[in-house]
Design a protein around this ligand. Structure first.
Ligand SMILES: Nc1ncnc2c1ncn2[C@@H]1O[C@H](COP(=O)(O)OP(=O)(O)OP(=O)(O)O)[C@@H](O)[C@H]1O
Ligand SMILES: [Mg+2]
Length: 491
């Protein structure tokens, strides 16, 4: 097979242009059947090292004023991006570049064996298979497991592009023990106990893994099992304090001052209500309905007696973290009503406060995360922000999935170490991710052409950036979005 492509004719900081000799093209202007946009190329810089390139554009040089001889020598030019350096002796790849190739160097299509090395993380690290190259299904893309799960990950893409399935694939692979090292599946100790909390906006993740692994809370159906979450005494280490409740309820200044003046008496929600009632007048007329609406929520009514209890309650997080069999906590909620917000704040505060003493890593997955940030009230993400800023210190990582990047504060995106970007077509959204990625990767060029289940992946957990098809994974419990089916059934 002819692997020769052409000669280098121009070199810039990140790009290399290759002239393809006329003889090297067939009548269809093809160099080789494996040569296309996004193909990987190689040019030697020494006997042991080569520079790896990726095809960006293929251009026809035809021009009316062509000089016949020049034209014969080169009709097609190939513009390529510099990806990194391949070490032939060690069979290893690095995205660093110590030396540039020279003009007129020969460029070849990359051998499949070398391509495989580039697409997988160094085999001495633990890895997880994420997908396959879009252009070459035989090549698997793997990612450094500890980096992908241990650092913040942004999963972006317009609705229906494959974000939820990507999350499902990664979590399922982990719980199904599909992790590799030195090209072999690894052995798991009997202590293997992942801890993942999924905030499930659509109720999609119900069947993500085996039921035995899941601890469930359903905020949308007033699930009784939730009461331990809310029954903390105000001001105790595990609970929210009075100031935080005041913010959650959005009380007026008058009511807030009244409550703060009586802070020493208010040690549970019932007491808070009683003290608030004393200040019922024209200035505070909107405060009580707020708290009433909250307390009249059927979930609370059911559990009202709980508020009168003097006993400090079970710390649900401690329980989950120490349970040998439960790996995934699914909290079905929509980030909208006060209970959802209260619980979200409470969980992030608990993780924040207990992480110093708890050495098991916890991963929070927030699908449809823009919903949380849409709220102006900062209290809901106060602790999340603290955790995100110093994830490592807190043994914590966040997977943030959204279709609406412009609703996510910049801080969260800039703290992500890894990105899986499905189709995005909003200019503002693309630019927001572009600012975080390697300058060589022009997201625009890639994102406009990838389809469902495909994504651009990049970041510390990947050896370089790739356009991939995420591994297929079975259905989630999706609400049917097919209009015809929806209209064509008995409700
Ligand atoms: N990895 C995958 N394996 C199998 N099917 C997939 C995969 N990714 C996407 N799909 C197909 O695309 C559809 C949409 O995927 P998914 O629900 O994950 O999108 P989404 O980005 O989460 O959408 P939304 O923003 O509406 O939640 C799926 O129902 C499935 O048919
Ligand atoms: Mg989804």
């Amino acid at each position: 097979m002819n692997n020769f492509v052409g000669y280098i004719s121009s070199i810039t900081q990140d790009k290399i242009i290759i002239k393809v000799p006329f003889d090297n093209i067939d009548q269809n202007f093809c160099i080789n059947k494996d040569f296309y946009i996004n193909s990987f190329l190689e040019t030697n810089i020494t006997n042991n090292f080569s520079i790896i390139l990726k095809v960006n554009s293929i251009n026809d040089n035809y021009d009316n004023n062509f000089n016949v001889i020049e034209w014969k020598r080169s009709k097609v030019t190939v513009c390529s991006t510099i990806i990194g350096t391949y070490n032939k002796i060690e069979n290893s790849f690095s995205d660093k570049l110590e030396k540039y190739p020279k003009i007129n160097n020969e460029v070849y299509l990359l051998e499949e064996k070398v391509l495989k090395t580039i697409c997988s993380v160094d085999s001495k690290y633990l890895s997880i298979k994420v997908g396959n190259l879009i252009n070459n299904k035989n090549i698997e893309i793997s990612s450094n497991f500890n980096n992908l799960f241990g650092k913040h990950l942004g999963i972006f893409g317009k609705t229906g592009s494959g974000k939820s399935r990507t999350i499902a694939h990664l979590i399922r692979s982990t719980l199904n023990k599909e992790l590799y090292k030195n090209d072999k599946k690894i052995e798991f100790s009997r202590y293997f106990n992942p801890k993942i909390i999924i905030f499930d906006y659509n109720g999609e993740y119900t069947n993500i893994v085996n039921e035995n692994y899941i601890q469930r809370y359903d905020l949308l159906s007033n699930d009784e099992t939730l009461w331990p979450l809310i029954n903390f005494n105000i001001g105790s280490y595990e609970s929210l304090d009075l100031y935080e409740y005041i913010e959650i309820f959005g009380f007026t200044e008058t009511m807030s001052n009244h409550l703060i003046g009586r802070i020493s008496e208010i040690d549970n929600l019932k007491k808070l209500m009683d003290v608030a009632k004393e200040k019922e007048d024209y200035k505070t007329k909107y405060d009580l309905p707020r708290i009433n609406k909250f307390i009249k929520n059927p979930f609370f009514v059911k559990n009202l007696k709980v508020f009168e209890s003097e006993k400090p309650e079970l710390n649900f997080l401690y329980d989950f973290m120490n349970n040998k069999f439960k790996h995934v906590m699914i909290i079905k909620m929509n980030y909208k009503n006060p209970i959802d917000k209260l619980i979200f704040t409470l969980i992030t505060k608990l993780i924040h406060n207990s992480s110093m003493t708890n050495n098991r890593h916890i991963l929070i997955v927030m699908d449809e995360s823009h919903r949380l940030f849409k709220d102006d009230n900062q209290i809901f993400h106060k602790y999340l922000e603290l955790l995100v800023r110093e994830g490592r210190k807190f043994n914590f990582s966040l997977w943030l999935s959204t279709q609406s990047l412009s609703d996510i504060p910049e801080l969260y995106i800039s703290q992500c170490s890894n990105f899986i970007v499905h189709t995005l077509n909003n200019y503002k959204d693309i630019m927001q991710v572009q600012n975080c990625c390697d300058f060589r990767l022009k997201l625009f060029e890639f994102l406009s052409t990838i389809g469902v289940q495909n994504a651009i992946v990049f970041g510390e957990a990947f050896s370089t950036f790739f356009s991939i098809k995420i591994k297929s994974t079975k259905k989630l419990s999706v609400v049917n979005s097919d209009v015809f089916d929806n209209w064509n059934k008995q409700l």
